[in-house]
Design a protein around this ligand. Sequence first.
Ligand code: C5P
Length: 236
Amino acid sequence: MNRDVIIACDFPSAAETLDFLELFRAEPRKPFLKIGMELYYAEGPAIVREIKRRDHPVFLDLKLHDIPNTVRRAMGVLARLDVDMCNVHAAGTVEMMRAAREGLTRADGTRPLLIAVTQLTSTSEERMRRELLVDATMEETIRRYALNTREAGLDGVVCSPLEAGLVHEACGAGFLTVTPGVRFAEGASGDQVRVTTPARAREIGSDYIVVGRPVTGADDPVAAYRRCVAEFLGSR
Ligand code: C5P
């Protein structure tokens, strides 16, 4: 499927992650899960294999950024984990992103989806200018990074839902936007500043929404997940 809700499994250990997944045992639809640095560095590839064994699609969010040769080889290792989506930083250049795609491609030509982080949502235009010496606006930077990502043959970018329209306009409707920063209309936004609801993310054109605390921190995580799916995908 090319549109889905991805639950960010930001747990510190395998035990807590698997306890959480037990709640979804009876769900006919196995949620797409994001495994980030915290869980991966704590538990290593074993947690990815265990989650895949339970038939969940996996987005391995390790945001690789290094010299092209190193990224190519590291992606070759990740391809063997049989994940469904992984990512790099677009700031690593078109050459690095091409190397990532090559490394990720298996001998039979198949590969997981590969997307790039444009600018982290924690980076402000002011910081880009002062610390990174980037004089372009945030919008211009995101547009250019998304175009670089497409040029390298990747499938899409991670961006704010509010930027999904801009990315599709620059790179085409088929270029994927994977968007965190999603909150229910009445929920707390936590440390996320620019947030949208699942329904609004759908209207703006997000292809995948990444939802963490509104599901993992809910009193009833399964109900919260179902609500996200209903709002984002519509009743199906
Ligand atoms: O709990 P919450 O819904 O804020 O989780 C969002 C997830 O998306 C977290 O795993 C966070 O690291 C990730 N993310 C983000 N903003 C980005 C990139 C990733 O919130 N720009």
